[in-house]
Design a binder for this molecule. Structure first.
Ligand code: ACO
Length: 316
């Protein structure tokens, strides 16, 4: 199988900043508790007139511009999200219309919660291998602020909205991203009911149990990706972890002795943006010049489902 590389990235977040101090006025919490337990200081929430489709389109446009690829060169489009504005049309179908993507290409949403972007990258690699077109658009986008239970201080402080996008290219002879993906059906630890459920559409989570799952899943994914690719920690230019809790990232960094210049956190600014979290980091790193052509990035995600995944992706 031919591999994909990232050619360009883009991102967009809503304008409304919600700080920990703002949340102190809504639930029994404190800036000190949230910062020390999670690393989060603020998050962005969609305000009136802001929707997942608008931030998704903005992020995707920036990724196309960054990649110097035009909409008519895109051969497939996947939006990873668990919080679409409408189930039908899918966010990806709306994006096809908004960007003027071709009509004879597959555009669809994919839900693997916080691991969605990595599931989508792997799916895109498979699709482009079967397509005459060589570029694909992969977006991770969430509007989690609309599914927050404001009576649950254990979860309402965690989540934010945002969108991150990547234009990928598939070429003969390029290495596969070697994605390792998995899931274990569990509706108790993390749950977001859909329209078919007889319960309100709000997110619930048993945080401590999910935390325990995450600290086991992250090193498992890192080890699997390194084994599969025959690479070592030193071969990796940058580690990008799903931004769910700064303490989860710190544990991984300590375990693998990852130096400060090889990993990144933006959870303090955006909170947990689920499927958008990894592409938001990728886009910031690229804009800051920390990663670029030739960079090899090991990305790891985990979350609801339960789902987990990792891959080694290069920049074209
Ligand atoms: N402010 C103040 N106190 C709080 C808050 C809050 N916002 N939330 C909980 N507490 C209290 C609890 O009530 C509890 O008090 P008690 O000891 O008197 O009962 C105490 O703090 C400890 O609560 P825990 O839930 O055990 O706190 P923990 O240290 O586990 O932190 C957290 C909670 C931040 C949610 C953590 O468990 C976590 O990050 N879990 C992983 C989340 C994650 O990775 N999710 C995956 C992706 S999400 C997705 O897929 C959509």
């Amino acid at each position: 199988m031919n591999g994909i590389k990232i050619r360009g990235t883009g991102r967009d977040v809503p304008g409304r900043i919600v700080t920990n101090r703002d949340l102190e006025k809504i639930v029994d919490t404190s800036d000190q508790w949230i910062t020390s337990r999670t690393g989060i200081q603020a998050r962005r929430h969609c305000g009136e007139g802001e929707h997942i489709s608008s931030i998704t389109a903005a992020a995707a446009r920036r990724a196309l511009e960054d990649a110097c690829v035009t909409p008519d060169q895109i051969g497939a489009c996947i939006v990873a999200t668990a919080t679409p504005e409408t189930l039908v049309p899918s966010t990806a179908c709306s994006l096809q219309r908004d960007l003027g993507l071709l009509q004879d290409i597959p555009c669809f949403d994919l839900n693997a919660a916080c691991t969605g972007f990595l599931f989508a990258l792997h799916t895109m690699e498979c699709l482009l291998n079967a397509s005459p077109r060589k570029f694909g658009l992969v977006v991770g986008a969430e509007n989690l602020s609309r599914v927050i239970n404001w009576e649950d201080r254990g979860t309402c402080i965690l989540f934010g909205d945002g969108a991150g996008a990547a234009v990928v290219e598939c070429r003969e002879g390029w290495p596969s991203i070697s994605a390792v993906l998995g899931c274990h059906g569990n509706s108790e630890l993390l749950r977001l009911p859909g329209p078919g459920a007889e319960e309100p559409c709000v997110l619930s989570m048993e945080g401590t149990k999910v935390f325990k799952f995450a600290v086991e899943a992250v090193p498992w994914c890192v080890d699997q990706v390194l084994n599969r690719t025959g690479r070592t920690v030193e071969d990796v230019d940058f580690f990008v972890f799903h931004q769910a809790n700064a303490r989860i990232i710190d544990l991984a960094v300590r375990k693998y002795h990852i130096p400060a210049e090889k990993y990144y956190k933006n959870i303090q600014e955006y909170g947990n943006t689920s499927a958008a979290s990894i592409p938001l980091v990728l886009s910031e790193l690229r804009q800051q010049g920390k990663i670029g052509p030739g960079s090899r990035v090991l990305a790891v995600g985990f979350g609801g489902g339960l789902t987990w995944g990792g891959c080694l992706i290069e920049f074209a």
